[in-house]
Structure formats: structure tokens, C-alpha cells
Design a protein around this ligand. Sequence first.
Ligand code: ACM
Length: 522
Amino acid sequence: MKFINFTLNAVVLTAILVQTACTPTNLTKENVIPKPVSVVSSGSSFDLTDQTDIYVQGESLELKQIGQYLANKLNPSTGLSLDVKTTVNIPAPGNIYLCIKGGDAELGDEGYELTITEKSINLVANKPAGLFHGIQTIRQILPSKVEMSTVQKGPWKISTGVIRDFPVYGYRGSMLDVGRHFFGVEDVKNLIDQLAYYKMNVLHLHLSDDQGWRIEIKSWPNLTKHGGSTAVGGGKGGFYTQKEYSEIVKYAQDRYITIIPEIDMPGHTNAALASYPELNCNGIAPHLFTGREVGFSTLCTKKEITYKFIDDVVRELAELTPGPYIHIGGDESHVTPIEDYIPFINRVQEIVIAHGKQVIGWDEIALSTLKPNSVAQYWAKAENGIKAVAQGAKVLMSPAKNAYLDMKYDSTSAFGQNWAGYIEVDKGYNWDPATLVPEIRKENIIGIEAPLWSETVDNRKDLEYLIFPRLPGYAEIGWTPANLRNWDNYKARLVNHGERMKAMNISFFPSKMVPWETNEVK
Ligand code: ACM
């Protein structure tokens, strides 16, 4: 009898130990990126089972779409069939509930409150964007293998507790240069999904440069026909039809991401100049350009046709773009005399405003007279950012030395450039937009953007090598208050995201700064 008792006790003890080892119960230990503002654990767990469904409040199509997004992410790997259902009441135990409540000023437009008990998951926000961000948190507090596209073995347990979370900055973005090398609609959609996973809300598309014009403009068809026909290195180029661009915009909108289109001017315009001789001061179209030099081209700022051209391009783009901004470039116009550059930028701002949009431009535009609501994107010269602030303008922080995704990680990097130095994963993470330049304060900053120039990459895999694992760090800088950010804590969470990136088939750079675990995705 004693012997049996001993055995029984051992079995019970083993069962408890196994459960403790496998069951997530401490919500504060989960690896959410960006790190949430507040996490309180209640020490138990919720089970996702074949009884679980996703309930959304009322008949809102938008909420149903958000619920369906979550179901589409969870069903393939869990093998469960979470359905999206509507309700006016708090649903029965065992379910996930998405609800818009309004009136929680601290959460703002993008924040959320996630309450997980043994009985239910309740996600509440003021606005749908908040629910969408909260869903990314639910994905990230499930085991990493939830991101696989094939059925994995459960159980699917989630630690209980409460997360209250909202961003520091309203603008958290990345940029893709489709001018130097063209990337098709599917590659852009893939990037949009990756941005959404890290709660980023802007994708800036650099749509024109010396080497290529990538957006159909119906009133100036040769821009794409000729100007879109090549790329860096002499590849075949490409462009988005207006229909394709609208498809990208809609895909992004469904993920609470704003597309900001950029037409770079007056420099970086060889593709346009090669397509229309009348845009050149000498009336002669140059050859298409497939090299990597910068700063040699300019629209003819003194010709009236130039402004007719810009007006047509901005009008067509504004009609296709629901977001508030058109990006006018303005960088590295080395062959445009400053006395021509300033009135040019002033006039282009007026054109953009006349079409109902606000201007963003690289930091050089602060040399002109910035219109109220124009934004200077600090990439190179702090003095330009300071000039923008002195004019009362806002600044978007993309300092090349800290935030350029096309900089190499180190001397061994397979892709990228190093004119702004190497940016290892810790360097990319360890800075604060609000203190980098003392004269540019938090209240002057609309947010952060990590741009990716594409001179050295022409396919998704190589793009991902440069984007990951740095992108999650930029997402955290944009979302999480600086006093809650810490490299060692972030590094530990990034290890877990290595598993998630593997599960999502993302080709990331295996930086030696991070102690990646080499075993299976858990
Ligand atoms: C830039 O990197 N030329 C904005």
C-alpha cells in the first residue's frame, strides 16, 4: 500500500512538474515585440480548443474582417476551425471576444486592452486599428509554431492576465525603394504583412528614381513605358499599373497601414527625363541609367511644362491614395542650384496642397519655406531637421546612421552598403528618436521610419536579409516608451522571434549579437 502511495505521489508530482514546464502561466514572460506598455500576469492559462470561436461585437463588417484575419492566422497551424461570429452579449466561456468600446483616452486610436482569463480572451479598443494591433499580440503570446502554414501539435495555451498597450508615436513605418530594383505586388503585400505583425502603420513606396519610374501615370504614359523599362545593373525593371497600386493600397488599408507614395524631385529624375525630352532644360532626353551614382539629374525648374508635369502626376497619385501624404523627395539635388531648388520646393508644396494632400520630403526641403503641416524626413543633416523645427514643422526620424535598413550589419554582410556605417542589430535598436538631436524634441517628431534602398538587392529573400532582424527593433522604438526599452531584454525576446521568423519562412541575418536557439520552432 505504502509502495503504491509512493508511486501515485510520484506520478502526480511528475504530472505537476511537466505541466509547470509546458504550461505558460506568466504573461509578463511572453516575448511580445514591440514590448507592451503594461502587462499584469494572473498566473494561469487559457486553452484554445476546437470549441473556441471568435466573437465580434455587433454586425460591423470591419470587425468581422479583423476577426477573420485572426482566424486565418490561427486555423492553418492549430488545425482548429475558429469561426467568426457576431454577438451583442459577452459570449459563452472558451471564446475570443473583440469589442469596440470607446472612451478610453489613454489607449487613443491604436491602443488596446487584452484581458485573458481561464475562461475567455477579451480584446477591447477605441478603434478597429487598436483591435488589429491587439490581434498581433495574441499571435505573439501563442507558441511560435502558430505561425507555421501546416498543422502543428497543440496544446495552444495562452498565459492569463491583462495587457494595456498603446504607441508612443503615431507614425511607425518602413520604406521600400522600388526605383532601383522593382518589386512586384506580391512582394509588397508580403512586406505589408510583416509590418503589420510588428504594429507598424506606414509603408512609404519610393516610386521613382534615376533608374526607374514605377507607377503608371495615364497622362504621361512614356514614364513607365520607357522610364520603367530597366533597373540598377540593367535588369528588366517593371511598374505598377494604377489598378495594381490600388490593390496594394487596399491590402495595406485592411491591415491599418497607410501607403505614402514618393515621387522624388527635382533630382533623382533621370528616368522621367529620359522619357520626356521637354522636361530637360536643353530639350534632349538622356539615356536610361542603370548605374548607382546619385545627384546628377534635375528636372528643369525654370520651364512651365515641369509644373504641368508635376501637377498631373500629383493629381493622379492623390486620386489613388487615401492617405494624407504625398512624398516629394527633394534629396541630393546636387545639380539644381539652390536659388532654383528653394522656389521649386515651395511651388511643389503648393501643388500637393491644391490636390488635398500634405507634403513629406527628405530633410533638404527644410531649406525652403515649409508650409504648415509639411514634414521633413531627417536622414542626413541634423541642421536641416533643426531648420524644420524652427519653422514649426514636424520631423520624421530616419537617421541613416541608425535607421537605414540597407546599411550592412558588419563587414561580412552579403548585401547592403556602408556609406553611413555598419548597423548591427544592437546599434539599430539602441537609440531614441527624442534625444538623438537635442534640438529635435519628442513634441517635434511624428515618428520613425526605417528606409530600405534597393541598389544591392533585387529579390524577396535578399530584401529580408536586410530587413530582418532589424525591423522589429524599429517597430519597438516607434511603439514602446523609451524608459521601457532595454537591449538585453529586447535581445531575449528577439531570440523567440527568430523561431517566429523561421516559422514564417523569413530569411533573416543570423546576427552574432543575438543568442539564437538552433532547435525546432516551439
Ligand atoms: C537618401 O537616402 N538619399 C534620402
